[in-house]
Write a protein that binds this ligand. Structure first.
Ligand code: NAG
Ligand code: NAG
Ligand code: NAG
Ligand code: NAG
Ligand code: NAG
Ligand code: NAG
Ligand code: NAG
Ligand code: NAG
Length: 438
């Protein structure tokens, strides 16, 4: 995303936005827990697939904020040989990307890709001493637990392995037969692998897959029939992370995972029966149909933050589902459904917030708290898929991808107010950037 960044009269705008945020939202404080809501619609209980209403932002006890004030060194197991000091800065980046109660909303695009990357890098860096690209099962348990403790001490969510589906087995070689560095280097064309992957262009890589294919070839070389190619790809990535300096390795790994995550829609779609019933065929009652559609999209909006490419894929997936259920009219036009309507809404239902499609991080600043950049997408209509739907790809030049917003972007985040006082006020704030065309 380009940020021609004329930073727009900071303080006045913040104050204005805070006022807006405070008006549109309710913040209730009960027994140390703060519940925060974002705008009218977001305050409506979101019905999870299990049927239980859940609050839009989970209650947050003040304790997770304390590490920011007092970052004490956690007590580690003493049984993990990973070299944490080699990735000191990246640990903080990861903790911020996975910050406390915010982690689930950034999980798919920001937090988990970064958490995966730091595990690859830790393993790779440590292989320089141990000569091994994997831990045994005992050590992997201690190490994952130590990584968690360090991240939590820096403010990360306490439930990261769950949120990101990482188990201690992910630090072992799993089914991959080659975990020894010397054996690896004698089996694989390491110079080809390194030249394909030492630097990647995050946009072109997703189309050409130069590094991705080199990793796949290397993984094939070291796997046996019966071993999982994914497990061996993990070993290859660790080796790569041992040959690059940690921050370059991080850029490469985030670039690789980004190609995969932009190809899909991470939302869980609830049952479309009601919309299909109100909107099928020639649509007898348009207002009833659009009401059903609006209520449906409002249930998607509490799930997670999306990138703009993911939002395109979500629009396409939902459109296909509806067409399969006999909806023939373009409901996105009929009911004015925009791309932003698939992502989390910021101040009010008028502002969807879409993350950029390139890798991005949350940032922490003592005075403004946690923030991240997102496009304050004005009204780009969601494209209704044609019958022959293919996943949206920015690689196919003949594909017409709607222009993504360039006029305004915003830095959004949780604003931590009055950090010294016992009462922590969390606000979801966006600072606008005015973009200057190049
Ligand atoms: C920070 O934590 C340490 C150990 O838990 C404690 O002794 C110290 O008083 C704390 N400092 C502050 C400023 O809370
Ligand atoms: C850990 O990494 C740092 C930085 O790369 C290095 O200086 C140090 O020697 C390593 N420690 C061990 C025990 O290898
Ligand atoms: C795991 O590896 C360490 C040394 O790297 C060794 O001391 C320990 O016995 C191993 N544990 C198992 C269960 O193999
Ligand atoms: C961890 O292991 C699980 C199960 O083998 C796998 O599905 C997942 O992709 C792994 N995660 C990472 C980051 O390697
Ligand atoms: C959706 O809900 C309808 C009734 O509300 C039910 O008949 C149908 O089986 C459900 N479909 C799925 C996929 O759960
Ligand atoms: C259309 O549906 C709305 C409720 O969404 C209802 O109030 C209205 O009476 C319906 N109109 C007709 C003609 O059925
Ligand atoms: C779609 O419409 C056809 C013809 O009206 C009907 O036979 C079919 O059951 C419908 N399918 C669904 C999923 O409603
Ligand atoms: C690119 O997109 C166009 C139109 O969507 C399609 O006809 C064509 O087959 C695609 N080309 C490739 C290489 O996927």
């Amino acid at each position: 995303m380009r940020e021609g960044s004329l930073f727009f009269s900071g303080k006045i705008l913040v104050a204005l936005l805070c006022a807006l945020v405070l008006c549109g939202n309710s913040i209730s404080i009960e027994e140390n827990a703060i519940t925060m809501g974002l705008g009218r619609d977001a305050m409506a209980p979101d019905i999870s697939p299990g049927g239980q209403p859940r609050p839009f932002i989970p209650s947050l006890a003040p304790s997770p904020l304390i590490p920011f004030i007092n970052s004490s060194v956690p007590a580690l197991s003493g049984l993990c040989m990973l070299n944490f000091s080699a990735v000191e800065n990246l640990m903080s980046v990861t903790a911020t990307d996975c910050w406390a109660s915010f982690a689930p909303y950034l999980a798919n695009v920001v937090c988990c890709p970064q958490f995966d990357a730091i595990l690859f890098i830790l393993m790779g860096q440590s292989s320089k001493n141990s000569g091994m690209l994997a831990l045994n099962s005992t050590h992997s348990r201690h190490c994952l637990s130590d990584v968690e403790k360090i991240l939590v001490s820096r403010g990360a969510n306490e439930n990261l392995p769950n949120i990101c589906s990482v188990h201690s087995a992910n630090l072992t070689g799993a089914s991959c037969p080659v975990i020894d560095v010397i054996e690896f280097e004698s089996s694989v064309d390491t110079s080809r692998l390194l030249s394909a992957c030492e630097k990647i262009d995050p946009v072109r890589e997703c189309c050409d897959q130069v590094c991705g294919n080199a990793i796949l070839d290397a993984a094939r070389k070291i796997s046996l029939t019966g071993s999982s190619l994914d497990d061996c790809k993990g070993i290859v990535m660790r080796w790569l992370a041992s040959k690059l300096d940690p921050s370059s390795a991080n850029v490469v790994l985030r670039g690789l995972s980004n190609c995969n995550l932009n190809k899909v829609c991470p939302l869980e779609f609830p049952n479309i029966t009601k919309v299909a019933a109100d909107c099928e065929g020639a649509i007898s009652n348009q207002s009833a149909c659009c009401k059903a559609m609006e209520s449906y999209t409002s249930r998607l909006q509490g799930q997670c933050l999306l990138t703009n490419l993911q939002a395109l894929n979500c629009a396409a997936s939902l459109g296909m589902k509806l067409q399969r259920a006999n909806v023939s009219k373009n409901l996105y036009n009929l009911c004015h459904v925009n791309l932003k309507d698939f992502s989390i809404q910021v101040f009010s239902q008028a502002s969807g917030c879409l993350l950029p499609s390139l890798p991005s991080d949350a940032t922490f600043d003592k005075s403004s708290g946690i923030s991240f950049i997102c496009d304050l997408n004005d009204n780009i209509a969601a494209p209704w898929p044609s019958n022959s739907f293919e996943p949206v790809s920015s690689c196919n030049k003949t594909n017409k991808i709607p222009a993504l917003p360039t006029t305004t972007s915003a830095q959004c985040g949780i604003h931590i107010e009055s950090i010294e006082s016992i009462m922590f006020l969390l606000l979801f704030v966006c600072l606008m950037f005015l973009q200057i065309p190049p």
